[in-house]
Write a protein of this length. Structure first.
Length: 101
């Protein structure tokens, strides 16, 4: 399994717009072939910090996500919202195991 945690720190004045953009991206992402899970998390202690938890069946599905209209719209909409550059951390999903199609 191909898992990425994308850490995002947004400008305080952009929090609500960022959440809206992430909601739209989430709705499209969970419908993608190869998507296992796509969560948007906000840090309780600091509402300007988020983690996008992206779990895909394989690297090809994760790469295909970056070509979808909803991802490209999210990237464009959020480009000026970040207080610092977002960064992704790659993990290997071990459990739960998802059956092969």
């Amino acid at each position: 399994m191909f898992v990425t945690l994308v850490h995002c720190h947004v400008k305080p004045e952009a929090v609500n717009d960022f959440i809206d953009a992430c909601r739209s991206n989430h709705q499209g992402s969970v419908r993608e072939e190869g998507n296992v899970r796509f969560d948007v998390l906000q840090l309780a202690e600091d509402p300007t910090r988020f983690v996008l938890y992206e779990w895909y069946a394989d690297e090809a599905a994760a790469q295909a996500h970056k070509e979808t209209p909803h991802y490209l719209a999210w990237r464009e909409a959020t480009a000026d919202m970040f207080a610092e550059p977002r960064h992704g951390v790659r993990y290997i999903g071990l459990a739960p195991q998802v059956p092969e199609p």
